[in-house]
Ligand binder design. Structure first.
Ligand SMILES: Nc1nc2c(ncn2[C@@H]2O[C@H](COP(=O)(O)OP(=O)(O)O)[C@@H](O)[C@H]2O)c(=O)[nH]1
Ligand SMILES: [Mg+2]
Length: 375
């Protein structure tokens, strides 16, 4: 539904890709224009009928909404349409739950899920209340059930948080060790599906999982990146692949992934990877910048990597390997690469070596160019 809000997925393409990532197959898309969402159904009841008919016609087994639904809207829609109804937030939570691999990742998703569920409890039980004791009767079975559920969820949240604090400490110790060794640390950040993992693999010749899916990567992977004798003066840096960002990333997921994203906050340099072939890439850059501010990484020096140039049409091919780009009032270096064909990666290594400065212990050289831009 188009509420006239900034929305760069009017074709629901991203929602479709999210659905596919969660293992579903999109069969139909419906758009709708309204001044304000309907309190009960989110869409008008005529639209809800239309969705119901279309679902029957196409054999859909589930209906997904691109915007957040209130628990009441979700329930009313399910009743009206006769199928499970989910929204973008629930879909993203589901994908995160499916994809989390590491212990820490699983805990983070569990925490976000618990927090999301706890905010929805009250209304979920209100119908029970009406059935048994009339609305608002204190101490009715509904109320008791909510109290019990709340307490259980509250305890689970507390346990999960405690375990995460422990893991965070371990991570800090590891980071301090790296710092002592004088490692220059670089984090790959960017919109989901921009090609971060593919670039990571191409640079470190590792095999981080890359796929045409949203959120293929949830856990941070860190490797030593040797920049080569010729291009990098024998310098090594530490490179991390991180979880991608997405528009309307559920707020408690950002909070839950703080420990993972901390990697980006503490980096010496952020490589902001952009899918240059996606027509929405300006909005995606803005969204990534927004999340970086939110997690406190706005002041970390950045370089933009415009990836997927092999997928650009003939007329839009960049004329240079690099230039500069105006990013939120700062002038930052921009490089054009294809992680797939390897084009531009030599120049990228050279630029990284320059940013990292001389090898610890090596004779001092001129100050690296990247710092000038952020001075
Ligand atoms: N054409 C083209 N596709 C790429 C390039 N880099 C990555 N991809 C594809 O983009 C999709 C997402 O890549 P991935 O590395 O998983 O993105 P991430 O979510 O940012 O880690 C995959 O299908 C990749 O094969 C590139 O340079 N050119
Ligand atoms: Mg990835």
């Amino acid at each position: 539904m188009d509420l006239g809000l900034p929305n760069f997925d009017s074709e629901l393409e991203e929602l479709g890709l999210l659905a596919q990532t969660a293992g579903m197959t999109p069969v139909a898309r419906v758009a709708c224009k309204r001044k304000a969402p309907d309190a009960a159904l989110f869409v008008g009841s005529g639209k809800a009928d239309e969705i119901k008919a279309l679902a029957e016609e196409t054999g859909a087994t589930e209906v997904l909404f691109d915007q957040s639904l209130s628990p009441a809207q979700q329930r009313n829609l399910e009743r009206h349409i006769g199928l499970p109804v989910n929204d973008r937030t629930l879909l993203i939570l589901e994908i995160f739950a499916q994809r989390a691999r590491s212990h820490e990742g699983k805990l983070q998703v569990e925490l976000a899920r618990l927090q999301y569920v706890s905010t929805r409890l009250v209304r979920r039980w209100s119908h029970l209340e009406r059935q048994t004791g009339g609305a608002g009767v204190r101490g009715g079975p509904g109320e008791k059930q909510i109290e019990l559920d709340r307490r259980m969820i509250g305890e689970a949240i507390k346990r999960t948080k405690e375990r995460l604090v422990k893991l965070k400490k371990q991570r800090q110790t590891q980071r301090r060790q790296r710092e002592r060794q004088g490692a220059f640390t670089i984090s790959l950040v960017g919109y989901t599906n921009a090609g971060k993992s593919t670039l990571f693999n191409a640079l470190v010749k590792a095999r981080a999982y890359a796929a045409n899916q949203l959120f293929a990567t949830l856990d941070t992977t860190t490797r030593q990146l040797y920049l080569g004798n010729e291009e990098g003066g024998g310098r090594s840096v530490s490179l991390s692949d991180t979880v991608g960002f997405i528009r309307d990333l559920p707020h408690n997921l950002v909070a839950a992934f703080e420990a993972t994203l901390q990697e980006a906050v503490d980096a010496d340099l952020l490589l902001h990877v952009v899918d240059a072939a996606n027509p929405n890439h300006p909005e995606q850059i803005a969204e990534v910048q927004r999340v970086l501010r939110e997690i406190g990484a706005a002041d970390v020096p950045q370089m933009l990597v415009f990836n997927k140039i092999d997928a650009l049409p003939e007329g839009q091919q960049p004329r240079h390997e690099s230039d500069v780009f105006e990013l939120d009032g700062l002038t930052v270096p921009r490089l054009f690469v294809s992680s797939r064909t390897g084009k531009g990666l030599g120049e990228l290594r050279r630029t990284l070596a320059q940013a990292a400065g001389p090898r610890p212990g090596a004779p001092a050289a001129e100050s690296p160019e990247i710092q000038d831009h952020h001075a």
